[in-house]
Structure formats: structure tokens, C-alpha cells
Design a binder for this molecule. Sequence first.
Ligand code: IPM
Ligand code: MG
Length: 357
Amino acid sequence: MKIAILPGDGIGPEIVAEAVKVLGALDLHFETETAPVGGAAYEAHGHPLPESTLKLAREADAILFGAVGDWKYDKLDRPLRPEQAILGLRKNLGLFANFRPAICYEQLVDASSLKPELIAGLDILIIRELTGDIYFGQPRGRRTAADGHFPGAEEAFDTMRYSRPEIERIAHVAFQAARKRSKKVTSVDKANVLETFQFWKDVVTEVHQEYPDVALEHMYVDNAAMQLVKAPKAFDVIVTGNMFGDILSDEASMLTGSIGMLPSASLNSRKQGLYEPSHGSAPDIAGKGVANPLATILSAAMLLRFSLDQEEAAQRIETAVQKVLAQGLRTPDIWSDGTTKVGTAQMGDAVVKALAG
Ligand code: IPM
Ligand code: MG
């Protein structure tokens, strides 16, 4: 088994180092190899996703990814920007199924901006389609408008599109995940306005016929955004397209108190996966040793579960994380009165220690 380690930019290297520390403490046998990605790769190789990094990612069974992006690269041409690295990995490896759990840990109920009773015990799973939709649809670009409100004016355009097989495979992923949970799926769309999402709704409804034991509801995305803050516990599995999933998963992350706690997995049909925290590169706190490594450590647990088939080791990590929270250790993003403030490395060390006993 081989794990590609892609730390990336900003806080990426710091938090990935802690996750690697935790993986190393498990005494499992796997090989690791590290490569630059994002802005770091642009600096080293002139491209955010160099051929050598892509090759390593393709060959690995799993990828542990930190984060990419920094304001200093915002002026680069789009193909050279750090974000293209993660989009390129998703596309090239066919990582179409993105799992973003939002779990509110008992000890962190007060860290959320929502009332405790709304989020205590929250455990939802957002399944975001990750290789289609307006993110990747062609054509896209800039041109002179031939029609519309201002013919002859300069305009920009993107294309929202989904094919039947793309919708079918993500719907299967969602229904199968729901079978292992409370057997309920909410499919989020904008069928009242968009052709693409009327088709989405139709295809999800068809696939649902194969899962009579799972309940399916449909919800428009604007309403879903509202329900997520009104009564988040009414959801279990949410399945949606790439764009809506991007937005709703950030919203859901805040229900739990801190985006610094949320892992994610992006899988292809061969169970090869990329595992990354749901948060970004946070260049403002990079290098200060204050970033929360728990989302990355929990992503490593998902890596063991989904790509390496090591359920027991995955649970050991998750239990260890619960333990350090119970001990009252908190990085600044989740700190509150009466708890102990720790830095990135201290938090990683505490998880390693909690693994042992
Ligand atoms: C995410 C991020 C990415 C996305 C960016 C960095 C391209 O926001 O993983 O949610 O939009 O998918
Ligand atoms: Mg996002």
C-alpha cells in the first residue's frame, strides 16, 4: 500500500505533518511519498500540479492532501493558480464521490454559532458530486455577446451540465451510504429553474426504485440552505451536485462549531481516494503553529477506512480524537473558557498519546 502525501500551501504542511505522525504511530505497513502541490509546486516546478505529482497520485492507493491556495497567487493566469491542482486531481483521477460528514462533537456544542439544542448530536453526511456540473462543463470562457440584454458587449459564460451516468453513479453512492445510516436521502436540486437539475431529480428518482428500503426526499437548494440552519438534525444523507455541494458543505461545517474539525474523502470507482480537511489553506495563520490538525487527522482515519480497508485503525484514531477533546485540549479555533489552549503539534502529540491507551 502506498500513500501519496501532498501537503500544499498555507497551513497544509503543518496539519499534514500531524496526520502523518498519527498514521506512523499505528504500526501498519504502508509506504509514503511526499510531493509538492498548489502554490508550493508552482514555486518549485512552475505548475500547481506537476506531471511528477500527478504520476505519484495516480500510482498511490490513497492521497493525503493538506490545502492549496494563497492570496499571492490570485494574479496568476487561471491554469497556474493553486486551486487548479485540486480540480486537476479530481478530474484526472475521476474522484467523483465526495463525502463530507458534519458531526457535532458533544464537547464542542458551545463552539457553534447556533443554539446548542439545534446541533447537539448532529451527524449528517453531505455527498457532493465532484467531477461534473458547472465546475467542469464546456464550453466556458469570454466572448462578445451575440444576443441577450447587451448584444456586442463583452461577456463571460460557464456551462452547467450533467449526463445520466454521472447522476446515476452518485445516486447509487448516496443510497448505499444511507443504507448504513438512518436510511434517508435528501436530494438537493434547483429543478424549479434549471433543466440540468430537473434531469438530476428525474434520474435520482429512477435510481431510487432500486432502494425501496431508503426514503428519498427532494429539496430545492435555497430551501436546503435555510433548513440547514433552521433544523439541521432533520437531515441525514444529502446528495447534490458539485456547485450546490460546495456551498452547502461550507454551511454545514459551521453547524459543528469549527470547520477545523471536518474531514473529507473523494473517491473514484476503484476506491482510490483523496483525503483532505474540508477547510482551506488559511494563509493568515500559516506557520504560527495554531492551526487545528484534527480535520486532517480525521481525514487520515477516513483514508484507512475507505482506501486501505483498515476499519479498526480508523476507529482507533476517531476514538483518540474524542479522547483529547474530552481531556479539554483545544486549538484556538475551538477554544472556550475552561479548556486548555494547545498548538498544532501539541494537539497531534496528544492524539498519538491517546492512541496508546
Ligand atoms: C472545496 C474548495 C474547492 C472547490 C476550491 C479550492 C477549488 O472550495 O473543496 O470545497 O470549490 O471545490
Ligand atoms: Mg468549498
